[in-house]
Design a protein around this ligand. Structure first.
Ligand SMILES: [Zn+2]
Length: 411
């Protein structure tokens, strides 16, 4: 029994080979040990992207299609999102931005536009039910994970469609909106905006304060991206549940840019239990790209011409845009983790929302594996990466759902 015919070993070897289990047998490495250990960091990143839930809280597909329709259930030439690229990148649940330009606060029509944009996402699901499904709850995101379907969650960017009437909050909750960015680039009837020097409310309006409470009660996440610092502090003071910044980066890399969060705000966000979802746009992550727009505007003014698309093209030819890189975005994530911990950071790319300003290495929804590879190379383990990809956001969303359930039970 000590010696076995050599042919049985070769049978074993070929069985292992056909099962794909042998590694580098020629070097004498035991087959089973080498299996799984030999994959590159790039391969590991691709695996994690497919095996973990990826939630991106800000993608501007609805408004992109409203302006320039394409069939995103197929590969598209324009834009940064389509089904094949999302699948390749491992994206499971994008929050589709129901974006209402700030001007609608003055002109009216925001309620109608919001409903049209929601209709367009339902139409997409209706046309391609094998590829997309709506997601109204954290359970929907979990349950649809592992199928071929991408879960479409809805966030409303700019509270203008609420129109000062809480019955509209109820309406948009029923239509599936699960977060509202209180204001956009101009102050509105709810809140002051970081981009708007007129500080009409010194933070939130009286209705805005009511709205925060009502959003808590109904189970709608509060998004503090875009609002002024005063409004942010008033929101975290009032909210009984954690809040999100759906697509903001850090002010320490873009000094003076109120649209991003400073370190004190991050500490207040951590105390609230909330999460900042890092915006990838170059102008959000580096000071150079951040100042580029102001330089272009100044050049247009000096030349006495409009700062339009044609001028931008000409300006870019003379002054190449200073694209950020994947590493800069990783620096922002690192900064949050070092300052307030791994529980409070996620991703809100702003794909289809920031034009041709995306960092090298993060150009579209196929790029999440690059981000994961970068995190692995910086020493993050898979559990930590999972928190960044979706765990933190889903935790906040679950808390918001749970609080609303207790309010309904009491009613
Ligand atoms: Zn935005």
């Amino acid at each position: 029994m000590k010696t076995r015919p050599s042919f049985s070993l070769s049978i074993l070897a070929s069985a292992l080979l056909s099962a794909g289990l042998t590694g580098c047998s020629s070097t004498g490495t035991p087959a089973f040990q080498s299996a799984g250990n030999d994959i590159t960091v790039e391969q590991q990143a691709r695996q994690i992207a497919q095996q973990r839930i990826i939630v991106d809280t800000h993608i501007d597909v609805p408004y992109r299609l409203h302006k320039d329709w394409e069939d995103v259930s197929q590969a598209t030439k324009r834009g940064e999102f389509d089904y094949p690229r999302a699948r390749a990148g491992g994206l499971n649940a994008p929050f589709m931005s129901i974006y209402i330009p700030a001007s609608y606060e003055r002109t009216g029509g925001g309620y109608q536009l919001a409903n049209q944009l929601i209709d367009s996402m339902e139409a997409l699901v209706g046309r391609a039910p094998d590829k997309f499904a709506m997601a109204y709850t954290t359970a929907d995101v979990q349950n649809q994970f592992g199928s071929q379907k991408i879960s479409l969650a809805l966030g409303m960017e700019n509270g203008t469609p609420i129109g000062g009437d809480l019955t509209n909050l109820q309406h948009f909750y029923q239509r599936g909106i699960r977060y509202i960015t209180l204001a956009h680039s101009e102050s509105n009837h709810i809140s002051d905006s970081s981009y708007d020097l007129r500080r009409r409310w010194q933070g939130l309006s009286p209705f805005g304060k009511e709205l925060v409470v009502a959003m808590n009660n109904i189970g709608m996440m509060i998004d503090i991206s875009h609002v002024s610092d005063d409004a942010f502090y008033q929101v975290v003071g009032l909210s009984k549940v954690p809040v999100i910044a759906s697509h903001s980066s850090l002010r320490s890399y873009t000094p003076g840019f109120e649209r991003n969060m400073d370190d004190d705000m991050l500490r207040a966000l951590a105390k609230n239990g909330g999460v900042v979802q890092i915006n990838f746009g170059s102008s959000f992550v580096t000071a150079m790209a951040n100042q580029y727009g102001a330089l272009r505007k100044a050049a247009a003014k000096q030349a006495g011409v409009a700062d339009d698309a044609a001028f931008e093209l000409a300006f870019r030819k003379k002054n190449p845009y200073p694209f950020a890189t994947l590493d800069t975005v990783l620096d922002h994530i690192d900064h949050v983790v070092k300052l307030i911990g791994i529980e409070h950071v996620g991703i809100g790319s702003d794909y289809d929302g920031v034009g041709d300003s995306l960092p090298i290495g993060l150009k579209d929804v196929a790029s999440y594996p690059n981000l994961i590879q970068g995190l692995l190379e910086r020493g993050y383990n898979e559990q930590d990466i999972d928190k960044i990809l979706s765990g933190n956001l889903l935790r906040v969303w679950r808390e918001v759902e749970a609080f609303a359930a207790t309010q309904k039970a009491q009613a």
